[in-house]
Design a binder for this molecule. Sequence first.
Ligand SMILES: CC(C)(COP(=O)(O)OP(=O)(O)OC[C@H]1O[C@@H](n2cnc3c(N)ncnc32)[C@H](O)[C@@H]1OP(=O)(O)O)[C@@H](O)C(=O)NCCC(=O)NCCS
Length: 305
Amino acid sequence: MNYQVISPSTAEEWQGYYQLRYQVLREPWGQPLGSERDELEANSAHRMVLDADGAVLAVGRIHQLADGWCQVRYMAVAEAARGKGLGALVLRSLEQQGVVWGCRQLTLNARENAFGFYQNLGYQAGRALEPLYGIAHQQMTKRLRLDGSAPEWLQWCGSLQQTWHQTIPLSAFMQLTVDQFDGHLLACRAPLPPNKNLHHSMFAGSIYSLMTLTGWGLVWLQLQALGLHGDIVLADADIRYLAPVRQDARTEVLLSEARGDLANLAHGRKVRQQLTVRLVHAGQVLAEFHGRFAVLPVQPAASGA
Ligand SMILES: CC(C)(COP(=O)(O)OP(=O)(O)OC[C@H]1O[C@@H](n2cnc3c(N)ncnc32)[C@H](O)[C@@H]1OP(=O)(O)O)[C@@H](O)C(=O)NCCC(=O)NCCS
């Protein structure tokens, strides 16, 4: 079944929404009805997934904090519906809301049983928190938008394009350009004519290169924001060509979908990041690429005797 994430709107949906929260997050610890809500409900965004009969399968909430932060709370999936990607679906939708609000960082207090779930979705472990109902909790955070201002992002994108064209001759021949970068979404473009095949659609090798360089570009932009340098290499990737590309290609990659922290590069360590790049046209995904990038610390140049 193809599940849709919605915001509760009818009285029945709201009732089912809070009921699942209570059943999963409060009832098993003997907490009273009402303890599943707080004073921020009216100022928050809520998401849920229903099955074909209208039963609530998954819920979650996000609200804004000060200084560009937002917080996710009350993530819960019905026991029988776990492990099917519904928790991830709800969380991605909440993250997207955080991006729309213009937030730079997302925080949450994770129960110990859910650490792996959040880590798997790109969250970094923070400080240990006071246990709640005897359950260990840990703060976890995720960056939704890079540091820097719009003029800085524009300047970085110019440097990125120059780096591609000067160091990877193929990218210049392909006429690869940065189309858009807003601190969260990087979009790149390549025209059809220099990249076409004998069927007059885009050559699979050009598509692969375009998607590799789009992912590479997002890693490079993150290093700019962190003030770090390193050699970025593609370690492993798979691609699905879903439909022919008969026009100029636009690829997109989202910072919130990145898995893996780059900060340890500052300590001279090799770091890794997984990214998903999509080639999109008129709302349809024509190709999807999953790449695992490694960033190697730059060795200091040997000094002369
Ligand atoms: C934690 C919870 C929300 C996860 O929802 P879910 O729908 O079961 O998770 P998904 O199926 O979307 O999992 C997404 C990914 O995370 C992984 N994952 C899920 N739970 C995991 C765990 N406990 N440890 C490690 N990885 C986990 C899945 O394998 C999947 O990985 P993949 O994308 O590589 O295949 C759900 O188990 C739940 O409601 N638990 C009880 C309530 C709770 O603890 N809520 C969190 C409060 S902080």
